[in-house]
Design a binder for this molecule. Structure first.
Ligand SMILES: Nc1ncnc2c1ncn2[C@@H]1O[C@H](COP(=O)(O)OP(=O)(O)OP(=O)(O)O)[C@@H](O)[C@H]1O
Length: 356
C-alpha cells in the first residue's frame, strides 16, 4: 500500500512534450483514474510512476520517499496493460506462478500454490488453472493478467486501459469486479482510461489530463457538477454539456441563438458581459410555456430515455427526456432549463466563472 506523488514532472520525447510540470497526489488505497484523450500523456504518467520512464525534471515520491532514482523492481508496482502480457504456451497456473518464482520472493512451493489458488478463487478462474493461456477468451486472459499482478501483492496497481479490448458486456462485468477487488485488497490503484463512463463509475478521484497538463482533480461528482473549465465540462457526461453563447442581461442569459432570454441563478460578471452558458442535457426541460422555441432536429431512443437534438436558428443543443415524451422530428417545441444548474464560462479562456 502506498501514497504516490508526482512533483513538477516534465517528460519530453525529443521535441514532443508528453508531460508538462505535472503535480499529482494519490492517497494510499485510493482508486485514482487518469482520464484523457489520445496523446494526453496518460501512459507516460503511468510509466513514470512505474519507473519505466525517467522524467526530465521533477520528482516521483512513493510513501514519502524520493523514488525518482529507483528502478522498476524497487518501486514494487504492478502494471496491467490493455494487451495481455502473458506467456501463451504456459498454463494459467504457470503464468500466475511465474512472478512468485523469482528469488526476491523466497517462497516455498506450498506457499506459491496457496497464493495462486487464492488469487484464482478471487478472480473466479480456478477452473481455468490447467488450461493453456492461448486457449482462453479475451476476458479470461485479462482476468489472468490481473491475477498475475495481484499474486505478488505489490504496493500499487497501475492499469493502462485494461478493459478497452473487451466487448461491452464483459467490460461492464469486469468494471464491477475490479472495484470489488480494489476494496478487498485496499491497495492504491491508478487506472488510465479515455472512457469517461469508466472514469465516472470507477474512480474515487478523477484526474483530467489534456496535452500533458493536469487540468482538474476531483471526485466524479465534483468533476461533473463543478468543472474548472469548458474542456472538463465536456469531458464527462453523455451527451456532453451544451454550451450556448450569450450576454448576461439583468440577471438572465440573453442567448445569441434566437435572442431568447432565460433565467440564471448564479453568475459572476457585470451586466452586459459576454458569457458561454453551460447546461447539461438532463437540465433542459421541455415545457409548453418555456421561454425558448426550437425545432426537433433528431431523436435518439435509448430505452428509458430519449436524447433530442434541438435546433435554434442553426445552433444545436441536446435535451435528455423520458421515453414517454411524445415528440416528432421537425416539430417545434418550447423549453426552459433548470436555472440553478446553469454554469457560466469565460468565452475566451473557458474558465468556470462560478468557481470565482
Ligand atoms: N517513446 C516515445 N517516443 C516519442 N514520443 C512519445 C513516446 N511515448 C509517448 N510519446 C508522445 O507523448 C505524448 C503522450 O503520449 P501517451 O502515450 O502518454 O498518451 P496517452 O494519453 O496514453 O495516449 P493513448 O490514449 O493514445 O495511449 C504523445 O504525443 C506521444 O506521441
Amino acid at each position: 500500500m502506498a501514497d504516490i506523488a508526482l512533483q513538477g514532472v516534465t517528460k519530453k520525447f525529443g521535441p514532443n512534450i508528453a508531460l508538462r510540470d505535472l503535480d499529482l497526489d494519490i492517497k494510499d488505497g485510493e482508486f485514482f483514474v487518469l482520464l484523457g484523450q489520445t496523446g494526453a500523456g496518460k501512459t507516460t504518467t503511468l510509466r513514470v510512476i512505474a519507473g519505466l520512464e525517467k522524467p526530465n525534471s521533477g520528482k516521483v515520491i512513493i510513501d514519502g520517499q524520493d523514488a525518482t532514482g529507483w528502478n522498476a523492481a524497487e518501486r514494487d508496482v504492478a502494471l496491467v496493460l490493455q494487451q495481455y502480457s502473458l506467456y501463451p504456451r504456459l498454463t494459467v497456473r504457470g503464468n500466475l506462478e511465474f512472478p512468485l518464482k523469482s528469488r526476491t520472493h523466497n517462497l516455498t512451493t506450498a506457499e506459491i500454490k496457496d497464493r495462486v489458488d487464492r488469487v484464482a478463487e478471487t478472480l473466479q478462474i480456478t477452473r481455468l488453472l490447467d488450461r493453456k493461456v492461448e486457449r482462453l477468451s479475451g476476458g479470461e486472459m485479462q482476468r489472468v493478467s490481473i491475477g498475475r499482478a495481484i499474486v505478488r501483492k505489490p504496493r500499487v496497481f497501475l492499469m493502462d486501459e485494461p478493459l478497452s479490448a473487451l466487448d461491452a458486456n464483459l467490460r461492464d462485468v469486469l468494471r464491477v469486479e475490479l472495484k470489488k477487488l480494489h476494496s478487498e485488497l485496499g491497495a492504491t490503484f491508478v487506472f488510465v482510461t479515455h472512457d469517461q463512463v469508466e472514469a465516472m463509475s470507477m474512480g474515487d478521484k478523477i484526474g483530467v489530463l489534456n496535452q500533458g497538463r493536469l487540468v482538474q482533480v476531483g471526485t466524479p461528482s465534483e468533476i461533473y457538477a463543478r468543472p474548472i473549465n469548458t474542456f472538463v465540462a465536456r469531458s464527462v457526461g453523455t451527451p456532453p454539456m451544451n454550451l450556448l453563447d450569450g450576454v448576461l442581461r439583468g440577471g438572465a442569459a440573453l442567448l445569441d441563438a434566437g435572442g431568447f432570454t432565460l433565467p440564471v441563478t448564479r453568475t459572476h460578471g457585470a451586466d452586459g458581459a459576454r458569457m458561454r452558458f453551460g447546461i447539461r442535457p438532463e437540465d433542459v426541460v421541455l415545457d409548453d410555456n418555456g421561454p425558448v422555441s426550437a425545432r426537433v432536429f433528431d431523436i435518439e431512443n435509448h430505452g428509458v430515455i430519449k436524447i433530442l437534438t434541438l435546433d435554434i436558428d442553426g445552433t444545436h443543443l441536446h435535451a435528455t427526456v423520458s421515453a414517454q415524451t411524445k415528440v416528432r422530428i421537425d416539430e417545434v417545441v418550447r423549453f426552459g432549463w433548470r436555472p440553478g444548474k446553469v454554469l457560466s464560462f469565460d468565452p475566451g479562456n473557458g474558465r468556470n466563472l462560478d468557481l470565482g
